[in-house]
Design a protein around this ligand. Structure first.
Ligand code: 6PG
Length: 253
């Protein structure tokens, strides 16, 4: 892996402010006529960050330059409480004017296998390629306490290595079908950001970031950008078990 940074923030608010400024700076560099392609994950952490951005940066970012995708989706209708689209719509899209034609939601209500194929084609048609694989400008990931990321769970590691861009997975506890991007496209992104907050994530974050000797392979540990950059953005509670001598750690004020 070329570049990895670990940014630790004193609070989720500071993490949100930095995320907003970071996104703003990336989009400002996009030449006219081009797009910033980003894929968002579900979960409560991304929800808090995007709510902050929508409430404080709605007028500060050129939203016409974004093409918005999802990393994963639960196989439910878009108005269902479990829907990642609904979560991003309610916390973000209601306040920021991304043109409808540039919002590419995963159809959780559709036949899962058919939708995984459809969505892969949508991505191929709208995301520039690198090494003949679509390469998102930004993939935003969360981290589950079990080490899952996207909707690839520890008991389904093989799915991460699928030759497909998008596949169907199943939540190990609820048996809920999920549609998720695979490692092939996640690791081909120009920038991958893990957003991790909360005391309950401290152990798994330490395991994934520094657990070099651990024999257990977690899906999140397989996230290794082939050419891009990986940035971990944690609040101090999630980072509390990290070895702060790690030269990759940047402590943000
Ligand atoms: C999902 C997400 C999932 C999530 C992690 C972290 O659809 O649930 O894609 O990978 O990002 O479980 O979720 P929290 O931020 O809520 O802990």
């Amino acid at each position: 892996m070329k570049k990895q940074k670990i940014k630790i923030f004193p609070s989720i608010e500071k993490l949100a402010i930095n995320s907003a400024e970071f996104l703003k700076s990336k989009i400002e560099k996009i030449p006219d006529g081009n797009f910033f392609t980003m894929a968002l994950s579900g979960g409560s952490t991304p929800k808090q960050i995007f709510k902050y951005i929508s409430e404080n940066y709605s007028g500060k970012i050129n939203w016409n330059k974004i093409k918005l995708f999802w990393v994963d989706e639960r196989c439910v209708p878009p108005d269902h409480i479990d829907s990642n689209y609904k979560m991003i719509y309610d916390s973000f899209l209601v306040k920021v004017p991304i043109p409808e034609k540039n919002i590419f939601r995963i159809h959780g209500e559709a036949n899962p296998n058919e939708e995984a194929k459809r969505y892969a084609e949508i991505i191929k048609d709208n995301v520039q390629r690198e090494n003949n694989v679509p390469s998102f400008d930004l993939v935003l990931l969360g981290l589950g306490e079990d080490g899952h990321t996207a909707s690839i769970f520890p008991n389904q590691l093989g799915l991460f290595h699928s030759t497909d861009l998008c596949i169907v997975s199943k939540h190990p506890q609820t048996n809920q079908n999920r549609i998720t991007l695979t490692g092939k496209i996640i690791n081909n992104a120009k920038l991958i950001v893990f957003l991790v907050t909360g005391d309950n994530k401290a152990r798994i974050a330490s395991e994934i970031i520094e657990g070099q000797n651990s024999t257990k392979i977690f899906p999140a540990k397989l996230v290794i950008p082939s050419n891009g950059e990986l940035i971990w953005m944690l609040d101090k509670t999630a980072a509390q078990l990290l070895n702060l001598d790690n030269d990759k750690i940047i402590r943000e004020e």
